[in-house]
Structures are given as C-alpha cells and as structure tokens.
Ligand binder design. Structure first.
Ligand code: FES
Length: 177
C-alpha cells in the first residue's frame, strides 16, 4: 500500500513538472511574440526624473526630435512644455536641439510672442517688449529675462525639465525659482 501511494505521488509530481514546463514554454513563446505588439501599443512614459516631461505638439502628442530637425521651422520650434506652457526649442547650427528652452510667456504681462528670424528677437505684440535670441530683455516694458527650461534628447524623445540653477544670462538665481 505504501508502494502504491509512493508510485501515485511520483506520478503526480512528474505530471506537475511536465505541466509546469509546458506552461512555461508556452508563456515564453507567447510573451516573445506579443512583446513587440505590446510595446507598439503602450504609449511612451511621459514623465521622468526631476519633474521632466516629454515635449508635445498642439494635439498633445509627444514630438520626436527628428521631426523637428529633419524639417526645422526656422531656428526656433514651439512645443507644449512644462505645465503646458508653450516653449521655444532652439535648433543649433549643428542641427541639434540646444540644452536650453525658452518659455513663450512675456515677463511683462504674460502675452505669448513670435520669434522674428530676421531680427533674431522674440517680439511681444502686446506692449512692444523685445528679447534677444537668449531671452534677455532688449527693450521694455518687460524687465526680466524669459524663463528657461532644460532640454534633453534621449532616444529621439525630447525631455523638458525645470531650470532651477543659476541663470547663465544674469549670473544670478532665476527669478522664477
Ligand atoms: Fe509683453 Fe506687455 S505683455 S510687452
């Protein structure tokens, strides 16, 4: 009787082992086949370390850097940035994105403004403030430089993160921190 019990237990264990191995194989094969499809349908992660977010277009879709660099609008490209603030990206002479982005929000009373490629200035239409290519005030009534954000391109994704260090244009603590 003990022998029978032992035989049954052995059979059960073998059956369980076979089931486990078969199940594992099926899971691995199915997983390998489905991974590319799952990756395709899974939206990219949109937030990163240090409050970073992906730059987006006006429809709210992440913009790949290549989309801007393959057909640059001028030397400034407008994207939706941190907290949805419109932000200018700077296309460099080497056809890369500069590490600084400039927030499209006039420091006088908050109007948005276009980039004037000919004058190489941001020119606010509301009360005439002008800023140079770096976002420093050239003409008032605005009296503070435009807000900066960090720009980083990783695997063609454009990440924007808050600028909290010294403002390189003034050598001082940023007014927005
Ligand atoms: Fe831009 Fe007044 S809001 S100059």
């Amino acid at each position: 009787m003990d022998n029978n019990l032992s035989f049954d237990q052995t059979s059960l264990s073998r059956r369980q082992l076979l089931n486990f191995l078969t199940g594992s194989t099926v899971a691995v094969v199915a997983g390998s086949a489905l991974y590319p499809a799952a990756k395709f349908f899974t939206p990219p992660k949109e937030t990163g370390e240090g409050g970073a977010i992906l730059a987006k277009d006006k429809l709210g879709n992440p913009i790949p850097a290549s989309q801007i660099l393959e057909n640059p609008p001028e030397t400034r490209a407008l994207v939706a940035g941190l907290a949805g603030e419109p932000t200018y990206l700077i296309v460099t002479d080497a056809n890369t994105l500069d590490g600084r982005g400039i927030v499209d929000n006039c420091t006088h009373l908050g109007c948005t403004f276009p980039w004037n490629e000919t004058a190489e200035q941001f020119q606010c239409p509301c009360h005439g403030s002008r800023y140079d290519a770096e976002g420093s005030v050239v003409r008032g009534p605005a009296n503070r430089p435009l807000k900066l954000v960090h720009v980083a391109v990783i695997d063609d994704a454009i990440w924007l993160s808050p600028w909290t260090e010294t403002d390189p244009r003034t050598g001082e603590r940023p007014w927005w921190v």
